[in-house]
Design a protein around this ligand. Structure first.
Ligand code: PLP
Length: 427
């Protein structure tokens, strides 16, 4: 294993990889400073190239819901490895994964596996367009759906952190097919459909937003969205790449009792290996090649190692049903942050559910992109570094959600609460 320090590795990476990173938010641009490199991770802990141990609230952006390098996932991957890494043919574990996904998410009658969340949302959009024979899609400002051209318009996540919600390199003609509306705004939704009569193929939404920080919708908003899309014959796509299954075993749609037409999954269903999936109504999914005219494919789709990791992780979720425990950990963290900010006289909002949470330094309740931006990002940067110095790693941006795993119980969460309290006092 490399014995270079994070600083040495980053200097080397900067020469070879644009910005030294393979995904922009990892570069620490929005909080300042240089990123650390991680050489190993177990449970709630990251071990850096500099041999520091950090309590990790990024959890590889959600997938590590059971903690890093969980023995059950590790042995499942090792067992699969014995049989080979890729076959380029159908394999038994794909069927098992499909069965698990359909059992977890009743709105999914048929599912196709792919390699990332980006592929899942891109393909779901194509399918909605093929099904409705319409071109336009509606998305919501601040919702991130991966980096395909039609969806990188007013997106959150790294695109927001870096101040370029619209990427260069996207033809204006593509962007013109994407209608962007504010999240959580029913009147805007009616107006969006009224302004594009008979043209909206589908609406894609993060039912709980996780890419401008964590935001939950107003009561009734998702039901209203379901009603409007059904009325206009538009396909409702829930992008649950992050919220499936960090919020509930059946995703936000189970928690909110909404039945979307299509659902996108990723992150947790790969157990830390690259996986995506999209599925839903059989009549829509049956339009996919080879049954129908909508093309979608992948050389490594349904990869047996990734399936093994994902299946082991999903089975563990089924056995343990950890959501009440995760929620309790989240509340403990939230209460510590609220109490410390009250003492310090700092305004703060801490939305939290399942394994997800966010810390917004603002007096304004956060309910959409605009109110998320009222959060004091400079102050967040100082808080981030104060926590990091004390051994707690939060997402390196004021606009990314935090994640908990079942491994955060006990000493890890107690220590993290103390560190966050001290860090707030130090601001
Ligand atoms: C992470 C994410 C994606 C993109 O997934 P990748 O695997 O990074 O391509 C899409 N949608 C949402 C909601 C996400 O959080």
């Amino acid at each position: 294993m490399s014995t270079l320090s994070s600083a040495q590795l980053f200097a080397r990476a900067l020469q070879l990889i644009p910005g030294g990173v393979n995904s922009p938010v990892r570069a620490f641009r929005s909080v300042g400073g240089a990123p650390f490199f991680v050489k190993a991770a177990r449970g709630a802990t990251l071990i850096t190239a500099d041999d520091r141990e950090l309590i990790d609230f990024v959890c590889t952006w959600g997938p590590a819901i059971h903690g890093h390098n969980h023995p059950r996932l590790k042995s499942a991957i090792a067992a699969a490895l014995e049989n080979g890494t890729s076959f380029g043919t159908p394999n038994p574990s794909e069927v098992e994964m499909a069965e698990l996904i359909v059992r977890f998410v009743p709105s999914i009658q048929k599912v196709r596996l792919c390699n990332s969340g980006t592929e899942a949302t891109m393909s779901a959009i194509r399918l909605a367009r093929g099904f409705t024979r319409r071109d336009k899609i509606i998305k919501f400002s601040g919702c991130y759906h991966g980096h395909s051209d039609s969806l990188l318009i007013k997106a959150g996540s790294g695109a927001l952190t870096h101040g370029h919600p619209d990427s260069a390199g996207i033809p204006a003609s593509f962007a013109a097919e994407t209608v962007v509306l504010p999240y959580n705004d029913r009147a805007a939704l009616e107006a969006g459909f009224a302004a594009n009569p008979g043209q909206i193929a589908g609406v894609i939404i993060e039912p709980y937003c996780g890419n401008v920080g964590f935001i939950m919708p107003d009561a009734g908003y998702l039901a209203c969205l379901r009603e409007i899309t059904a009325r206009h014959g538009a396909v409702l796509i829930f992008d649950e790449v992050m919220t499936g299954f960090s919020i509930a075993r059946g995703g936000v749609q189970e928690r909110e009792s909404i039945v979307p037409d299509l659902t996108c999954l990723g992150k947790i269903i790969g157990g830390g290996l690259p996986v995506g999936a999209f599925g839903g109504r059989a009549d829509i999914m049956n339009l996919l090649a080879p049954l129908g005219p909508v093309y979608q494919a992948g050389t490594l789709s349904g990869n047996p190692l990734a399936m093994a990791a994902g299946i082991a992780g999903l089975r563990l979720l089924e056995e343990e049903n950890p959501y009440a425990r995760l929620d309790a950990l989240g509340r403990q963290l939230r209460d510590a942050v609220l109490a410390a900010c009250r003492t310090k006289g700092l305004p703060v909002q801490v939305p939290q559910c399942g394994s997800m949470f966010s810390i917004f330094f603002t007096a304004t309740p956060v309910r959409d992109y605009a109110t998320a931006l009222t959060g004091d990002a400079k102050l967040f940067g100082r808080f981030f570094h104060a926590c990091l110095e004390r051994g707690v790693y939060l997402a390196p941006s004021a606009y990314e959600a935090g994640f908990l795993s079942t491994a955060h119980h006990g000493a890890a969460i107690d220590r993290a609460c103390d560190v966050m309290t001290e860090s707030i006092q130090s601001l």
